[in-house]
Design a binder for this molecule. Structure first.
Ligand SMILES: [Zn+2]
Length: 473
């Protein structure tokens, strides 16, 4: 395999290459679509399992809605259709003939789910209604990049309906917090939570909350979003309920989504010159054991010790694999598992067996550590925990380093073009000033809810809130 492009100088090329060499994805025949290979899908399944547990624990139920949506459904909410129209894939023919009404391949499922909600919600007793769906959606992508922007992607989308605005607001915040936990505690990717500006919110939402992460090249990645959906949707689909005092009202709606883009965030945040580095909590393989055997030698004792150790670790709940491939040299195996980002490697050679010990190498720092075989099973949980913590800490340090605080756009415009990063500044709240940022190919990623600048970055008006400005993926 070819060496990876330099991550510091050619970040985009490095990303492009590492996802193929680590066997996460392959190209599909349709532009913008990617095949997620077993190792990539195993990472998604790890994320999915934990997030699904949290979604259920917070009172939601899973359901499945159709992939095909009548085109007229999308036209019911003006802002929604306008936002999605350029990205829609539409089925016009089926069953060998022209369809009476074209069908849209879902870009998101608000419309079909709200149509069903309208049938299911009659009284306040039917609320809150809290549904989640795991599935795939299609949004035609002009500039595809695996995991980050793809025509078809996998995600979960939650949709809820509530009696009161307060309840819906609390739901939006609660799910954003679940996402934050997933990103920081599982993927070890530090994020900044905050509302989107009106200009950047989801088409059809009254409010959009986002998590933004800063990638190593200084670009911001919108990690996931949680929306308070406009009640226009409820009106459009005539979703009404009888209130406790006998009146008829439209419910308050939310939706929130977490996608396979999270894998892109993970790869970019942690990878290095040797390939991926996966945080232990979501690594499909946490420990790889490589027996150092020689052809012609008596390797029996090494293999037995390696198998015993693998069994011990598995019994303690760790995801461990023993690489017994006899066609590969130990060196080739090291290279392979480093590329795949396995957090810990254990090497057992003839001398190690004789001394009842093994060599531990962690993927984050490449530090080698000798440990008695008998101590490894009990110590490994702590080793993995420490790696998990260190990865988040390292990523946090990096974010801090390229988080700038600047007062006036006129002064930092040049720096913006030369040094990508988060730029914290003040904003008056006016779209005209926000628009000014487009000239520099940056945007407001989120509002910060703190006020450390007295005036707007662009005009002399008072700043309403600090904002984070950055180039984005
Ligand atoms: Zn302004």
């Amino acid at each position: 395999m070819a060496q990876l492009p330099n991550r510091d100088t050619h970040f985009a090329d490095w990303y492009q290459e590492v996802i193929y060499q680590a066997e996460l994805v392959d190209q599909a025949p349709v532009r913008g679509c990617f095949v997620i290979r077993p190792y990539g899908y195993a990472i998604w399944e790890m994320i999915q399992a934990e997030l699904d547990r949290r979604i259920k624990e917070t009172g939601h139920e899973n359901a499945a809605f159709p992939l095909l949506i009548p085109e007229s459904f999308l036209k019911k909410e003006a802002e929604h259709v306008e936002g999605f129209a350029p990205e829609l894939a539409v089925v016009t023919h089926a069953g060998g003939k022209l369809l009476e009404e074209p069908l849209v391949v879902r870009p998101t499922s608000e419309t079909i789910i709200h149509y069903m909600f309208a049938r299911w919600i009659k009284s306040w007793r039917d609320l809150p209604l809290k549904i989640n769906q795991w599935g795939n959606v299609v949004r035609w992508e002009m500039r595809p990049r695996a995991f980050l922007r793809t025509t078809e992607f996998f995600w979960q989308e939650g949709h809820t309906a509530h009696e009161t605005l307060e309840e819906a607001d609390a739901e939006v915040i609660m799910m954003l917090e679940q996402y934050r936990i997933m990103y920081e505690d599982y993927l070890a990717v530090p994020v900044v939570p905050g509302p989107k500006s009106a200009g950047e919110k989801f088409p059809g939402a009254d409010r959009t909350m986002t998590l933004e992460a800063l990638m190593p090249d200084g670009r911001a990645l919108q990690c996931c979003t949680s929306h308070l959906i406009s009640r226009d949707f409820a009106r459009a689909f005539e979703m009404k309920f009888q209130t406790r005092d006998g009146n008829v009202e439209y419910p308050y709606l939310t939706s929130w989504g977490f996608t396979t883009r999270s894998i892109g965030a993970l790869i970019m945040t942690h990878g290095d010159a040797k390939g991926l580095i996966l945080p232990p909590r979501i690594a499909p393989i946490q420990v790889i054991i490589v027996p150092i055997v020689k052809e012609g030698a008596d390797n029996e004792a090494i293999i037995v010790a390696a198998r015993d150790l693998a069994l011990e670790l598995a019994n303690r709940g760790m995801r461990v694999m023993l690489d017994e491939d006899t066609n590969k040299t130990p060196g080739a195996k090291f290279y392979h598992w480093e590329m795949k980002g396995v957090p810990v490697r254990i090497e057992i050679g003839p001398r190690d067996v004789a001394q009842q010990q093994a060599v531990l190498v962690d993927r984050l720092t490449s530090t080698k550590q000798m440990m008695p075989l008998s101590e490894i099973p009990a110590s490994m949980i702590a080793v993995l925990k420490k790696l998990q913590v260190d990865m988040l800490e390292k990523a946090r340090e990096h974010t801090k380093k390229i988080w700038y605080r600047q007062e006036k756009l006129a002064e930092f415009a040049k720096q913006l073009e030369e040094k990508s990063g988060f730029y914290q500044t003040g904003w008056c709240g006016k779209p005209a000033c926000e628009q000014k940022l487009k000239e520099h190919k940056v945007s407001i990623r989120c509002l910060l809810g703190e006020k450390t600048f007295s005036t707007c970055f662009n005009c002399d008006a008072k700043s309403e809130t600090d904002v984070l400005v950055a180039k984005s993926y």
